[in-house]
Design a protein around this ligand. Sequence first.
Ligand SMILES: [Zn+2]
Length: 184
Amino acid sequence: MDIKQTIHDALLKELVKKDDKGKYPNLIELVRHGRFTVKCSVDLRNEKGCIDVVLTYPNPIYCRVTEDGGLVMADGPHRPTAFELVTDIGFDVGKKLEQLNRYKLEYHDTRVIIPEEYKEDYAQLFSMNDITVHAWKGTRRWKCKKCENVTEVKESSMKPNRCSSKSCTNTNLYFVGLKDVQFK
Ligand SMILES: [Zn+2]
């Protein structure tokens, strides 16, 4: 049975999906780094709202031998990365910027993942606010309540007007998941 879900939740599941080696291929693609701990829906400390995904890194420890032979140890930088996932449902760039700028007060490395077809028009607005922009693309799958045929849509999260089966005229479809999702 297909469970009803939102596109945002399906996307979140894809982003934090583990491969059979227990690694996170989609997150590693974005941060180019494999050693992190993943947390989802993280509350902000001082503000309302929560962040979709936060990666924290272990503290690297640097050692240095001083001129007189002493050993100096220091914690390295370990700034976490915050990700906000954006779909094209009710997309409002102003609201998203406001939200992300709030996240930035707490997470210096705040990033946004927007639908690929929005990148050309909106990436600059985020990057000029010092927010790294990534993109996602994927096929949205909608199931017909009547004939169970699956209608696939590539570049929009809007619900299709009707079932794509030629012998069916039903307009009652529900979202059942994503296929071929890519994060860049
Ligand atoms: Zn149908």
